[in-house]
Design a protein around this ligand. Structure first.
Ligand SMILES: [Zn+2]
Length: 304
């Protein structure tokens, strides 16, 4: 049975179920990659981060185990963060969507998309946790992009530059490679430039180098036009969340002022909220932008 003989929904269900188990593995990667004393394969068995009790296979089923354990470790009652089932469901949803959308595409292109989506999920949650993006993801993308362009030039079937250089026919190797390299330069270059200017103005690091590396790899995979769209989506999303976060902190500060009955001026509360609320990782929004462009570039382009 050919993968593409399956109905769209069938492909989505198969990819979604695989995505659940992959999401479970990504949880391990998200926890271990930023920790120097651990790796994805060491220790071999998963253990409770609180009591070190080994986790049995039936306690490790994606989403289901979390529900049946009522979100607690059976050994010590440690509250298992709801982020664990969230990562599993998110990965499943992304994989299902990619498989569902991939109808006319090469199955190899779909495999690359699934791999990249998994990497973006890891980058997102590690950045939320530790304000860093693991090199395994960012440098992984930088290495992956040109290799994919050479083995699977179809990945750039919708990249204007590659289509143009292939004279509108099937995408050839070197146009795909050119689109990759230009995409990497645009993605990495723009963020590096913003960081450089920001550092001159504010006198401190304004853009993490992890973000630059992530966008460099991502840019290689989505091409120069897709990179610009991804950056625009990322900036918009980060601005909206940034403003919401400042308002959230402001609300907390004002609630405390009211509780204590002090007469702190509103302007000072706003100042505090702006300083505290500003510290947000940018990686998750870059990942969002890259993911949207990766899965729906033609729709994004039409929309722009
Ligand atoms: Zn425990």
């Amino acid at each position: 049975m050919n993968w593409y003989e399956l109905p769209d929904v069938g492909r989505a269900v198969v990819a979604g179920v695989f995505g659940l188990f992959v999401g479970s593995f990504l949880n391990v990667a998200i926890y271990r990659l930023p920790r120097d004393d651990m790796s994805v394969s060491n220790p071999k068995r998963s253990q409770c981060p609180s009591c070190k009790r080994p986790i049995r296979w039936y306690e490790n089923l994606p989403v289901l185990s979390w529900v049946f354990l009522l979100g607690r470790c059976r050994g010590c009652g440690w509250r298992i963060p709801w982020r664990y089932p969230l990562v599993e469901l998110l990965t499943a949803a992304l994989w299902a969507f990619a498989a569902w959308r991939s109808a006319p595409a090469h199955w190899g292109v779909l495999l690359v998309q699934l791999l990249v989506l998994a990497g973006l999920v890891v980058a997102t949650f590690v950045d939320f946790d530790c304000f860093e993006i693991p090199d395994e993801v960012s440098i992984g993308g930088i290495v992956l992009a040109p290799v994919v362009a050479l083995i699977l030039p179809e990945i750039h079937a919708d990249t204007v530059l590659a289509v143009h250089l292939s004279h509108g026919g099937a995408i050839e190797r070197w146009p795909a490679l050119v689109a990759t390299v230009v995409g990497m330069a645009v993605g990495g270059g723009i963020l590096w430039g913003i960081g450089w200017i920001g550092e001159k103005i504010y006198g401190r690091e304004a853009m993490g180098f992890g973000d630059v590396k992530l966008m460099c790899g991502g840019g290689g995979l989505v091409g120069p036009g897709g990179t610009l769209a991804a950056l625009l989506i990322a900036s918009l999303a980060a601005s909206i969340v940034g403003v919401a976060n400042i308002l959230r902190v402001l609300w907390i500060v004002r609630a405390r002022v009211r509780r204590r009955g002090t007469s702190r001026p509103f302007r000072r509360s706003l100042h505090t909220a702006r300083i505290v609320g500003r510290y947000l990782p940018f990686g998750p929004y870059l990942a969002l932008g890259i993911g949207i462009v990766l899965l729906a570039w033609n729709d994004v382009r039409a929309w722009f």
